[in-house]
Every structure is written in structure tokens, then in C-alpha cells.
Write a protein that binds this ligand. Structure first.
Ligand SMILES: C[S@@+](CC[C@H](N)C(=O)[O-])C[C@H]1O[C@@H](n2cnc3c(N)ncnc32)[C@H](O)[C@@H]1O
Length: 398
């Protein structure tokens, strides 16, 4: 294999091997026996031909390909359903919050994209697949297979803040929503399900959201529904997490679109303690007397049924008796991770508990990476049972 690689443009191969080629191999493995398999295989041949090389000859297959095959054929906790009822693609896939929910409804993901290396690790450990990388790149977009039913994506919201602070949305054609627009326009899925922060509605005095609605409904012709939903109102999980969900139906392919309804509210019966099922007592999450804020924390944190939050330099009870919104910046400074009191003292929520507050099953593997990254993945993700409930309503219409 070394000899072959030497013949190539070393940098190009390195880039390709480390990013899209690995993703391509894993998508080939994950899509055997489907139309998408043919599509990915053709792409592999195309790359091979364009390199005018023997990159994928027997020698290559026997070494790298076998290694990859073993890697991707390992049993994983969340394999795709054997006889899928529908297909979907997973954009800005993170750790696959959409994927778990859609798979549990009988869906098969035929394409995923996520560029964060730590998230890719979590993704591989749980689904046996490596997502493609930067979705703004035309090469990544070209890997998306032609036919799928649902497009899922929680596109990052920072792009809007930047856009708003500067020239306004219309001038910011580089933002990620426009990549979503391009993919919807090219592939015309039957349905899309998008998620974002609640602030999307009020950003730039409502102009940003108006533009998004105009593009999705007037320009692309989708029938659009949107709703702000709070995890604690629609799932039996005590987390205060408001997010906006946009569901769009292509009226040509989905004739019953007008019957769609977002799920109804349900009552919350679980409390904080139900979420704290955790592994063994782990000292590293506790605050000790030597900590500069220990005495203040000890005075303030007096209840066992309340989650507490740092507010700049002081800590306070989260009054609603639910967990505050878990955010992506948890763990970047320990202060952002919510706090509780238990039998052993005062401590941060553990990463596993944060995943519990997002409704991830206990079998979900948290890989051995820095805690700060695992916290970030939990904060960035969606609440799985909420996506499951919205997905159920979508499937009633399809
Ligand atoms: C809000 S999170 C979505 C998390 C996901 N819904 C989940 O369940 O875990 C947005 C994700 O988009 C990824 N991302 C941002 N820009 C990207 C790009 N250009 N290409 C691919 N992924 C990107 C980030 O790394 C992040 O994981």
C-alpha cells in the first residue's frame, strides 16, 4: 500500500483518506443491499478514476479496506432497522439525536454529515458509521444519494447571530441555512424536519425567520409548519429546553399534508431524581472544601430535588424544579454544568446524567474523550423522545 500511496499526490490522498474517503467507506458498508450502496460505490470508482490510480486495487483492499470493514461491521448499540419503512438523511448530525429517534420509528439513515471529530467518534461508536464532513463543500453535497424521504437537521444557530449583527440575513449567503436550502431544492425530500433555538423567531426583529419561511414555502414550495416546543411539556423529561421545530411537506409527493399536527402536550410526572440514575460515585464531579466557592455553594445548595446553576459568580436554584437548558458551552468552564446535592455532597451533573436529561437510552456509548467534549455533545443535541414524537406525527401523514 505504501508504494501505491507514494505514487499519488500525497497531500490530496491524506486529506481524502482522513475525511471523506473514510466516510465513503463507512457509508458503503452501512448501505449494502440498498440503492444508496450503488451510488456510493459509483462515487468510489469515480474518485479512483479521477486519481487515475490503482488506489483501490487488491492490495489496497486487503489492508485498509479490511481494517475499515472490521471497524464498521462491529456490533453497535444502535444499528439501522433491517427492513426500513422510510429513509432519511442526517445533516449537522452531531451525535445522532435525530438518528436514534428516526431509527426507532423504522427509518434508515442513508447519509450523515458532521465535521466535528469528537462527535464523529461518538457517532461511530453508536451507529458504526462515520459521517461525511463539511456540508458547505460541494464534494460533500455530491455524496448525498438521490432518493430519500425525510431530511433532518438541527442547523447551527450562531450563523444567524453573526448575520444579524452585521449586514442582515439577506447579505449572508454563506450561512448554513442556505446549504440546507440548496440540498432541499436539489433533492426534493418528501418532508424536512429542522430544529433551531427559539431565538430564531425574534432574531433581527423577525426578518431572519421571515426570510427562512419565504425560502422554504414560497421559493421551494413546501407547506410549512412550525412550533416552539419545550422538552418538559412534550416529553416526560424535566428539562426546560425551548426549541423551534420546522416541518415542511412537498405537497406534490405528500397529498395529506394538511392533516399534520405537532404532538400534544403531556404531563410531566418525572422529577430530577429520576434522571440521576448514575454510575458509581465518582469523586471528580464533587466540590470539596478546598474549592474557593465551597462555602457559598454549601449554603445555597440545600435541596436534593433541585438543580442549581451558576450565574456568573453566584449559584442559584432553578426555580421551576426542572433542569435548566443544557447548553453546548457546558464543561468549557466547569461553572456551566448544572449542580445538585446528593448523599456524598455537592457535585456537577455527570455527562451520563446530561444524556439522561436529553432522553438518550442507557445503552448509548459515551466514548472516552474529554468530559468537556461529552458535555458539549449533550448540550448541542436534541431531546430524543421529542424528535420521536414529532417523527410519529410526520409518519402518520406520509
Ligand atoms: C446544534 S448541533 C446539532 C446536533 C445534533 N442535532 C445532535 O442530535 O447531536 C450542530 C452541529 O453541526 C455541526 N456543524 C457545524 N457546521 C458544520 C458544517 N459546515 N459541516 C458539517 N457539520 C457542521 C457542529 O459540529 C454541530 O455538531
Amino acid at each position: 500500500m505504501n508504494n501505491i500511496l507514494k505514487e499519488m499526490n500525497a497531500n490530496y490522498i491524506k486529506e481524502l483518506l482522513s475525511e471523506e474517503l473514510i466516510a465513503l467507506f463507512s457509508h458503503i458498508q452501512a448501505n449494502k443491499g440498498t440503492k444508496a450502496f450503488k451510488h456510493y460505490n459509483q462515487n468510489l470508482i469515480k474518485i479512483n478514476n479521477s486519481l487515475n490510480s490503482q488506489l483501490f486495487n487488491d492490495e489496497y483492499n486487503e489492508s485498509l479496506y479490511k481494517t475499515l470493514k472490521n471497524e464498521y461491521n462491529r456490533p453497535v448499540p444502535f444499528p439501522a432497522p433491517v427492513n426500513p419503512k422510510f429513509t432519511f438523511i442526517d445533516l449537522f448530525a452531531g451525535i445522532g439525536g435525530f438518528r436514534i429517534a428516526m431509527q426507532s420509528l423504522g427509518g434508515k439513515s442513508i447519509f450523515s454529515s458532521e465535521w466535528n471529530i469528537a462527535a464523529k467518534k461518538t457517532f461511530l461508536a453508536n451507529y458504526g458509521e462515520v459521517p461525511f464532513g463539511d456540508i458547505t463543500s460541494e464534494q460533500t453535497k455530491s455524496f448525498i444519494p438521490e432518493n430519500f424521504d425525510i431530511l433532518c437537521g438541527g442547523f447551527p444557530c450562531q450563523a444567524f447571530s453573526i448575520a444579524g449583527a452585521r449586514k442582515g440575513f439577506e447579505d449572508s449567503r454563506g450561512t448554513l441555512f442556505f446549504d440546507v436550502e440548496q440540498i432541499i431544492s436539489t433533492h426534493r425530500p418528501k418532508v424536512f424536519l429542522l430544529e433551531n433555538v427559539k431565538n430564531l423567531i425574534s432574531h433581527d426583529s423577525g426578518n431572519t425567520f421571515q426570510t427562512i419561511k419565504n425560502i422554504l414555502s414560497k421559493k421551494l414550495g413546501y407547506v410549512l409548519y412550525h412550533k416552539v416546543m419545550n422538552t418538559m411539556d412534550y416529553t416526560n423529561i424535566p428539562q426546560n429546553r425551548e426549541r423551534i421545530f420546522l416541518v415542511g411537506f412537498d405537497p406534490v409527493q405528500v397529498t395529506r399534508f394538511s392533516d399534520f399536527q405537532f404532538p400534544a402536550k403531556i404531563s410531566l410526572t418525572k422529577g430530577i431524581s429520576d434522571m440521576l440514575i448514575d454510575e458509581k460515585h465518582n469523586d471528580k464531579y464533587y466540590y470539596h472544601e478546598t474549592h474557593p466557592y465551597y462555602h457559598e455553594l454549601n449554603q445555597t445548595i440545600d435541596s436534593r430535588d433541585t438543580v442549581y446553576q451558576w450565574r456568573r459568580v453566584y449559584v442559584r436554584a432553578n426555580k421551576s424544579n426542572v433542569c435548566p437548558t443544557l447548553t453546548a458551552n457546558m464543561g468549557t468552564g466547569g461553572h456551566n454544568v448544572p449542580l445538585i446535592r446528593d448523599d456524598f455532597g455537592i457535585r456537577k451533573l455527570t455527562p451520563r446524567e446530561c444524556f439522561n436529561f436529553q432522553g438518550f437510552p442507557q445503552e448509548f456509548i459515551l466514548p472516552e474523550i474529554a468530559d468537556s467534549k461529552v458535555y458539549m455533545q449533550a448540550g448541542n443535541s436534541v431531546t430524543v423522545p421529542l424528535i420521536h414524537r414529532i417523527g410519529e406525527e410526520i409518519l402518520k401523514i406520509l
